[in-house]
Design a protein around this ligand. Structure first.
Ligand SMILES: NC(=O)c1ccc[n+]([C@@H]2O[C@H](COP(=O)([O-])OP(=O)(O)OC[C@H]3O[C@@H](n4cnc5c(N)ncnc54)[C@H](OP(=O)(O)O)[C@@H]3O)[C@@H](O)[C@H]2O)c1
Length: 386
């Protein structure tokens, strides 16, 4: 198969290339083999690309980047249940290996693709949604009627966290983001107050004013160093702060522990990729119970920022590094289609198929839907390496 590799083992975005002749993964135990349609990009992919991933990678991670994907089940391992069948459309979370044409994943870590979602939309859901549900509920223990402050609200994790907090009954949702457009997006997702930190407005002052000086019950922090003192000022008595990332840096200067003692603040931190398969499976179940039904009704929106063909994975990484994205960046794994056997195709369908496959059409979402419908009409097409 083909997979995205990094020239010389590590480097910048320009070092990414599509490598041929990579060994196909084999589904053992309760793992299923999935032909990947789309994968989501995450910040950890950049660190892995640069060979500076901060945590020890589990053996299951392998060398190929990518922890979330959507695709079609091609084969089942010998210990799989009847939950998934060959041909099912699925999306899921993995420890690595999603920047490829094929992946194996535990059947505990995949879900059926809802009919209202495209492969591109679904591919960007697992990492951010599982992280957000973990931070808000499992670690943050948000209760209905409590208030929450979510930083980097327009990020993938932030957008999920805002919506999960809303569904979870948060009374007031505060958020921060780096532009007025991003703040407007956060409000459209359910935030009551969105502070553009580049405008000079102090989020701690907004929280103080809007909570009558009480502060918020829960802070979901992705920013770290630059916000730490203001976070302490924004926290209510007996509140929790869940550290998910430290985008601005991790060393806080001039920090007095008394700030925690004064308000009995629970300072917590969490990661997802380093968790056991059982723990991640529990998160999948929690997500399927609490959030997926709202995605199916459209109440919770997916957060696709931009879709690239995977041949442009370098551009996709550069966009992620630029911070201009508002939500998930997705790569579609392109396929070259050939016909075999008897093909029944009228001139119109063939013309559509030919245009989609042969011309450089940049509207990939539409292109994928046309390919999907072509496939669904039972034309005998197969994919080949090119
Ligand atoms: N702990 C975990 O298990 C876990 C899981 C998933 C992700 N993460 C981490 O969570 C973070 C967000 O991930 P994501 O995929 O949601 O990211 P994302 O969609 O790429 O968005 C990141 C956003 O953060 C904001 N930002 C960046 N640097 C900032 C700074 N110095 N100060 C304030 N805001 C800053 C930028 O938006 P603005 O324009 O608004 O500044 C940027 O667009 C990453 O660091 C990621 O590694 C952790």
């Amino acid at each position: 198969m083909k997979a995205v590799g990094v020239r010389n083992g590590k480097g910048d975005a320009d070092a990414l290339f599509i490598e041929e002749g990579v060994a196909d993964p084999v589904p053992t135990g309760n793992r299923v083999l999935i032909r990947i349609k789309a994968f989501g990009l995450n910040r950890m992919d950049i660190m892995q690309r640069e060979d500076r991933y901060p945590y020890p990678l589990l053996p299951e991670s392998g060398n190929i980047m990518g922890v979330e994907f959507s695709g079609i089940v091609e084969e089942k391992g010998p210990e799989c249940s009847d939950d998934f069948q060959v041909g099912d459309k699925v999306f899921g979370l993995a420890y690595g290996g999603a920047y490829a044409q094929k992946i194996t994943a535990s059947e505990k870590m995949i879900m059926h693709l809802p009919s209202n979602l495209s492969f591109e939309e679904a591919a960007g859901i697992p990492e951010t949604s599982f992280t957000a549900i973990q931070a808000i509920h499992l670690v943050g223990n948000l209760q209905p009627g409590q208030s929450v402050l979510i930083h980097a609200g327009a990020s993938g994790v932030g957008q999920s966290a805002i919506q999960i907090a809303k569904v979870g009954g948060a009374s007031k949702i505060f958020t921060t983001a780096g532009s007025d457009e991003k703040c407007a997006l956060c409000r459209s997702l359910g935030a009551d107050f969105a502070v553009n930190y580049r405008s000079g407005e102090d989020f701690a002052e907004v929280v103080k004013r809007e909570t009558n000086g009480r502060g918020v019950d829960l802070i979901i922090d992705l920013v770290g160093r630059d916000y730490f003192h203001q976070n302490m000022a924004s926290a209510a008595m007996d509140s929790r702060m869940v550290l998910v990332a430290a985008l601005s840096g991790s060393k806080v200067h001039d920090f007095d522990l008394r700030a925690l003692l004064n308000k009995r603040i629970w300072l917590l931190a969490t990661t997802l990729r380093t968790r056991s398969a059982d723990y991640q499976g529990q998160l999948r179940d929690l997500f399927a119970e609490k959030i997926l039904p709202h995605i199916k009704t459209g109440e919770v929106r997916t957060t696709v920022d931009k879709v690239y063909p995977w041949s442009q994975v370098t551009d996709a990484h550069k966009r992620l590094e630029s911070n201009i994205n508002a939500g998930k960046i997705i790569c579609v794994v392109e396929e070259t289609w050939v016909f075999r056997g008897f093909v029944k195709m009228n001139l119109y369908d063939f013309t559509v198929y030919f245009l989609v496959s042969m011309l450089e059409i940049r509207e990939w979402k539409w292109a994928t839907q046309v390919r999907e419908s072509t496939y669904n009409h039972e034309y005998r097409c197969v994919t080949v390496n090119y």
